[in-house]
Design a protein. Structure first.
Length: 706
């Protein structure tokens, strides 16, 4: 009886997984195009109900997770099809399929398929640790953690290709046309003179005219759309269902059997997400998806089209999917590092930083060569040379925040003064249907008109940007062989290319040219849920803050470094760090350096820089206070005395700020070198308006509670 029970327990999960697979009967086919919304609804409903009993939670197969992540990444407006669900079926008209899918989405009270898929994935990830679930998720992640292959075209075997493929792969062809989109649809979507490029290196909306090949493509598409009757009129050796074989155009007597248009699973005519992100199969990967998604976030969403903007919809679906992918990467990183350093117990880096340099060098090699770290496999996709990894990460993760017009050229313009920015070339889209969907949005942005923003996807995207940088930063901590606490104190000039100092330098460069509001949102993202301990999220922002203070002030007096947070080597580090930060706060010369700068082009430009400096300084002050309060501040500092000093510092800041305003009053004797002047009315308004930076005394009352 006992052995029978064991067998039943071992076969139950397999049976449950097979049952879930049975909801998609086409899985048994070699090539299948899934395009039924009702079928997806049945699958999602079953999975949603399975969470009623977490102890007996059935784990879907890898194929189901491939479907879930693909559905999660697809905004509902790209879920249309012009192909049948099986390879040998007669192609179906898009006009019949799209309204059917749209009607189902609108009448289904459960919500759209994209949002439900995201929620399901999030629920599964929250169920970790679950060994079987983790293995299935790893199998899915392995779909796109391969390295790109180098192709030697000179030694490649010559394969016979059909005419349409030759046309599409021609070097003169700057973009690929999906074989599932008929010519009429393309003509409606793309104008003859404006083509969206699918290359990050092309010109804006790059591409060439289709006039050279349009007639031939039209002729071929005319035959592609034909169905074959019962009599094999063209060639008896051809597969009857293979109606898309262009060899009939050339009356060939002997021709090989036509190859299928796709292999495996497709969703709404397009590859699965894991397949699309595989650099071995496409010139595309997860980093390029991040680049594209944040490009979408950086587009202007205007109030007249705020709810249905195509860029916004693509950003919303793809960013939620990327967030879940990095939740898996984060879980994998934390757990694999614990496995690599079992002696680290609960805090691997606290243990590692106590080891000798020789042991830390060995640890660097262990982390750099671990094939079980998903993050490392993805980093390798950024290129063979490691010295470019962090630079490319910063470029991708902070895309959309800065256009062609940067602070170095014109400063941080206020939103009320800025016009429609010059758009950077559009990166490669993840799906071909996305490229078609956003064509209309791209045309709308060509009008150089002043419009008010209804919402800002860039603000919404900052937690995801923080999450990615936080994960990479936590991994990079293993490569600093000298830090006693994880805080970056070295410079990129004397470090290896994977050390934290290099990452912090690249991130700080980007921060110097993005708006103040994005700084605040990035810092506040520290408090979001994460598998990475809060201690190391704090360390990320401490290292970044010190680097930003150095860049903002350009001071040669201060090096902006905190004392080592190590009780053994520096038992008074808490009070020492508070003293160091307060010394920065009370230095009048640091404040005067901002108002003596004559390169500001407007008051808004000065105020932007002023707010950035005071925000970072205030954050570091709060961080030092939290360290002191952690062990009871009464024994380390005199709170009343500190409050009095902070009142003086707040007064100092106010005096310097007002001095800048009054020094810029318009007079008859205009000084050379000053790029702008204020009227008396404007100066009075600026002096009387509420201050946008937090007072130091307020920070004390928040962090030192009696």
């Amino acid at each position: 009886m006992k052995s029978k029970t064991v067998v039943q327990e071992s076969t139950y999960p397999v049976f449950q997984s097979s049952l879930i697979d049975g909801l998609i009967p086409e899985f048994t086919e070699d090539s299948v195009n899934l395009n039924s919304s009702s079928e997806f609804d049945r699958l999602l409903t079953h999975l949603e109900l399975s969470f009623c009993n977490h102890e007996a939670l059935p784990i879907p197969s890898t194929n189901i997770f491939r479907i879930l992540f693909t559905l999660a990444s697809r905004t509902p407006d790209i879920n249309w099809t012009v192909s049948s669900n099986l390879l040998d079926d007669v192609p179906t008209s898009r006009k019949r399929i799209k309204p059917k899918s749209s009607f189902f989405e609108e009448t289904n009270t459960k919500g759209n398929i994209c949002d439900r898929s995201v929620k399901l994935i999030e629920t599964y990830i929250q169920a970790l640790p679950n060994e079987k679930l983790y293995d299935v998720l790893l199998n899915f992640m392995n779909d796109f953690t391969d390295l790109p292959t180098r192709r030697n075209r000179g030694n490649a075997p010559q394969k016979q290709k059909d005419v349409l493929r030759i046309i599409r792969e021609s070097p003169k062809k700057k973009r690929r046309v999906s074989e599932f989109i008929d010519q009429a649809e393309l003509d409606k979507t793309l104008s003859p003179t404006e083509v969206v490029s699918d290359s990050e290196d092309d010109e804006q909306y790059g591409g060439v005219s289709r006039g050279d090949n349009s007639l031939m493509e039209q002729e071929i598409h005319k035959y592609l759309s034909m169905s074959v009757g019962s009599s094999l009129a063209f060639n008896e050796s051809l597969n009857q269902s293979g109606v898309n074989n262009p060899s009939v155009l050339f009356n060939r007597e002997e021709s090989p059997a036509p190859k299928p248009k796709w292999q495996g699973i497709k969703v709404y005519d397009e590859p699965l997400l894991g397949t699309r992100l595989n650099p071995r199969l496409n010139d595309f990967d997860l980093w390029r998806l991040i680049n594209f998604v944040f490009y979408c976030a950086g587009t202007r969403n205007f109030d007249f089209d705020s709810n249905y903007n195509n860029f916004h919809m693509i950003y919303a679906s793809q960013s939620a999917t990327i967030d879940q992918l990095f939740s898996i990467i984060e879980y994998n990183l934390v757990n694999e590092l614990r496995a690599i350093f079992p002696d680290g117990k609960g805090d691997i880096y606290k243990w590692l930083y106590k080891q000798k340099v020789a042991r830390r060098m060995i640890a660097m090699d262990q982390v750099a060569q671990s094939s079980s770290l998903l993050l490392l496999l993805l980093l390798k996709q950024l290129g063979y040379l490691r010295n470019y990894w962090y630079d490319r990460i910063a470029e991708y993760v902070f895309n959309g925040l800065v256009g062609k017009e940067t602070d170095s050229e014109s400063g941080s313009k206020s939103r009320s003064q800025s016009k429609s920015p010059q758009r950077l070339p559009m990166p490669t889209t993840c799906y071909e249907h996305e490229r078609i969907l956003i064509k209309k949005s791209i045309n709308e942005y060509k009008a150089d008109t002043l419009r008010s923003a209804y919402y800002n996807d860039n603000i919404d995207s900052m937690p995801l940007r923080f999450k990615i940088i936080n994960i990479v930063h936590y991994w990079s901590l293993a490569f600093d062989k000298t830090t006693p606490d994880g805080i970056c104190r070295s410079t990129p000039l004397n470090t290896n290319h994977l050390e934290t100092a290099v990452l912090i330098e690249e991130v700080a460069k980007k921060f110097m040219v993005i708006e103040y509001d994005y700084w605040v949102e990035f810092y506040y993202s520290l408090l979001l849920d994460s598998k990475i301990p809060l201690k190391y999220r704090d360390i990320l922002l401490v290292s970044l803050s010190c680097k930003l203070l150095s860049k903002l002030t350009g001071s040669r007096v201060w090096d902006f470094k905190l004392a080592a947070r190590d009780d053994k080597s520096n038992p008074d580090w808490r009070s020492n760090n508070l003293r160091i930060v307060t010394n920065w706060m009370k230095d009048r010369e640091l404040y005067m350096g901002f108002i003596e700068d004559e390169t500001y082009y407007s008051f808004a430009h000065f105020k932007e820089i002023w707010k950035k400096y005071n925000f970072v300084l205030g954050w570091l002050f709060a961080f030092a206070l939290r360290d002191v309060a952690e062990v009871g501040y009464q024994e380390l500092i005199d709170k009343d005395l500190l409050v009095q000093r902070c009142m003086q510092m707040d007064l100092l800041r106010e005096q310097v700020y007002v001095k800048f305003i009054r020094d810029r009053l318009r007079t008859d004797n205009t000084e050379n070198g000053v790029r702008f002047r204020l009227t008396i009315k404007a100066a009075t308004e600026y002096e009387s308006e509420p201050r946008s930076w937090e007072k130091f005394t307020s920070i004390i009352s928040t962090n030192l509670i009696a």
